[in-house]
Design a protein. Structure first.
Length: 179
């Protein structure tokens, strides 16, 4: 079986991919094939969610099964996922929250030769500053990075600096003088 999907990124810009995928592919295989289509880096967690036609989030299909017999992206096929619904949500990288609306547009019983075919592509995801920082700094040895580079790498550059012990003592003295 071939499943035709429309994937719409949840961004202000219009970003759409229309695909034809073999129904026997797992959701995990689908993720690995779809990431390059949206210029997303591999190595982050993702999950599929069943959805209503109004895009209300339903039950999760996590990347990996936490218990025996539990459904997961590694053991759920695209055909099985879209049997009960024509709509699904896909969330990739829970820190950046890349959300995609996945809609089954049609199915065909006859299978083609390719596992995965891009039928149309519109728009590009905007560049993500944290992704770019991680990519550019990931090749550096952390022992040779400055504190600012390490903070930027781990997203800590937005945090307020800690007070020195002298400043804490001054604050304590000021608070004592009010009594």
């Amino acid at each position: 079986m071939e499943v035709y999907l429309r994937i719409i990124a949840d961004t202000q810009e219009t970003v759409i991919r229309e695909l034809r995928v073999k129904g026997s592919a797992t959701l995990l295989n689908f993720q690995q094939l779809a990431l390059p289509l949206f210029n997303l880096n591999e190595g982050e967690m993702g999950s599929f969610y069943y959805s209503t036609p109004d895009w209300d989030q339903g039950d999760e299909v996590p990347m990996f099964a936490m218990e025996d017999g539990m459904s997961s992206m590694e053991n759920t096929t695209i055909e099985d996922f879209f049997k009960g619904t024509a709509h699904g949500l896909y969330v990739y990288n829970f820190l950046d929250m890349n959300i995609f609306y996945v809609e089954k547009t049609k199915t065909e019983d006859e299978e083609g030769f390719e596992d995965f075919v891009v039928l149309s592509s519109v728009g590009e995801l905007p560049a993500n500053e944290t992704t770019e920082t991680t990519v550019t700094n990931s090749d550096k040895d952390p022992s040779r990075m400055s504190e600012a580079e390490i903070n930027a790498l781990y997203g800590l550059d937005d945090l307020e600096p800690k007070k020195s012990s002298d400043e804490d003592e001054e604050d304590d003295l000021r608070e004592d003088s009010y009594y």
